[in-house]
Design a protein around this ligand. Structure first.
Ligand code: SAH
Length: 426
């Protein structure tokens, strides 16, 4: 989501005539797009802001824009006070304040304001920022902004505002624009992406939206994340199973495998309902991979409750697990009403236990691909290997100098490990 937001800012800046530079000290405008989902991310944002200060002092004309969840949707006077050298504060997904500031202070023609804002966010006419053009194979399209679910641990709804789906015309226009610029795969984004259109019944469902996107020439793959178990319905599963352009990969976090913990998180399902959903997805979509997010050390999580999460993961053998240690976020329900009573050491221990479990599971899942052929879309070159993904999102590397960028090729797998596989072109 933040990558998508940053691309929109870059796109807007290029329309004002700015070019990308990797050298911060040389930049006229620095945009720091921030995440605060965990304390560590917030600390990192403060750290980066602090390191910008000497440059800003030496070159006061440099414009610093602090953007994203650190700022949030409401004006935050404390932040202004703490970082007086920040010129512009802007909410997640909104290049507007920066564009307006630059137009006002740097004399860009006023009528470009509307154009730039439209280009960047509104009507989907997205032009990829220069560093991405011709190099980027995968594009990101936000389809649901904000979130209204309010899981007790989560700060996102407070910082990104209420859930609202983007109009389908905008999304389709953006997908067409990305395809015209060489993008082969689009990932549709939302905090609860499978709720797309539920806040506006005149919009198509996510399944119908993806079917429409799949008709765009040049778009070869469509993915979507993140789904919530309660909104994953048969129509969506049928779409993934039947539309060859919609990739068989489902990101559907359960966060925990213990009913009490899940209830305390206010997620709205039981471990057994999640188990049956996984079974249903696997039965409906051959070759599907399923990813989850897990938080260990939620307030009050006992050894036994953690065990229940561990055992469920051991049983389900999911394809990917994004693991986090619980981090109390100021203002959330869990921070205000529960005690963060699992020690840091204990959180780490639980974290490592699942990490170790999953490493074995991933190795086992990948080993099944040894000496088999898989279809890979190549995304980028890393050192002397091309990196790509299978339809079900497995990471594959192939040796070679011949450019494979943006190509879909058959690959014979000759090595597998827990994190990736290596193969040669078939
Ligand atoms: N809206 C998506 C993704 C949210 S952020 C969803 O709910 O699935 C990505 C992940 O960060 C979450 O899935 C969760 O596992 C983790 N996360 C969110 N808040 C957290 C917190 N306070 N402490 C630790 N991990 C957290």
């Amino acid at each position: 989501m933040n990558v998508a937001d940053s691309e929109r800012v870059s796109s807007a800046l290029e329309h004002l005539g700015y070019n990308y530079t990797p050298v911060i000290e040389e930049a006229d405008v620095v945009v720091l797009n921030t995440c605060v989902v965990r304390q560590s991310a917030e600390e990192k944002a403060y750290g980066r802001l602090t390191t910008l200060w000497p440059t800003k002092r030496a070159r006061p004309e440099m414009v610093i824009n602090l953007m994203g969840c650190l700022v949030g949707i409401r004006d935050n006077p404390k932040l202004h006070k703490r970082f007086p050298y920040v010129d512009v504060f802007s909410a997640p997904s909104d290049p507007g304040p920066l564009v307006e500031y630059l137009i006002e202070h740097h004399g860009h023609a006023v009528d470009t304001a509307e154009t730039v804002r439209r280009y960047a966010v509104m009507d989907g006419d997205l032009v990829l920022p220069e560093p991405a053009v011709g190099k980027q194979v995968i594009g990101w399209i936000p389809v649901v902004y904000g979130c209204s679910h309010a899981c007790t641990y989560c700060i996102i709804p407070y910082r990104r505002g209420i859930e609202h789906s983007r109009p389908p015309e905008e999304i389709l226009k953006e997908a067409r624009a990305l395809a015209a610029q060489g993008i082969k795969e689009v990932t549709l984004l939302g905090q609860i992406v499978d709720r797309y259109s539920l806040d506006n019944p005149t919009y198509p469902t996510l399944a119908r939206l993806m079917n429409q996107i799949s008709e765009i020439d040049g778009i070869e793959r469509i993915r979507f994340l993140t789904s919530h178990p309660n909104w994953m319905n048969d129509e969506l599963l049928d779409c993934v199973a039947e539309n060859p352009k919609v990739m068989p990969h489902i990101e559907i976090p359960n966060q925990a495998g213990d009913d009490t913990v899940i209830e305390n998180m206010k997620r709205g399902y039981t471990a057994d309902q999640y188990r049956r959903l996984v079974q249903k997805i696997r039965a409906r979509i051959p070759g599907v991979s399923i990813a989850t997010d897990i938080i260990v050390g939620f307030p009050g999580e006992t050894d036994q409750q953690f065990r229940n999460t561990y055992d469920l993961l051991a049983e389900l053998k999911l394809d990917s697990v994004h693991l986090a240690r619980y981090s109390a976020r100021a203002g959330t329900v869990s921070e205000r009403t529960m005690v963060d009573d699992v020690s840091e050491d204990e959180k780490w221990e639980r974290f490592r236990a699942i990490e170790k479990l999953q490493e074995g599971i991933f190795a086992e899942i990948h080993a099944a691909y040894l000496n088999k052929e898989v279809t890979v879309l190549f995304e980028e070159k890393m050192k002397n290997r091309w990196k790509g993904r299978t339809p079900n999102n497995k990471l594959v590397f192939v040796d070679g100098d011949e450019s494979l960028l943006g190509q879909v090729r058959q690959v014979h797998i000759y090595w597998t490990g827990p994190w990736s596989m290596i193969g040669k072109l078939a």
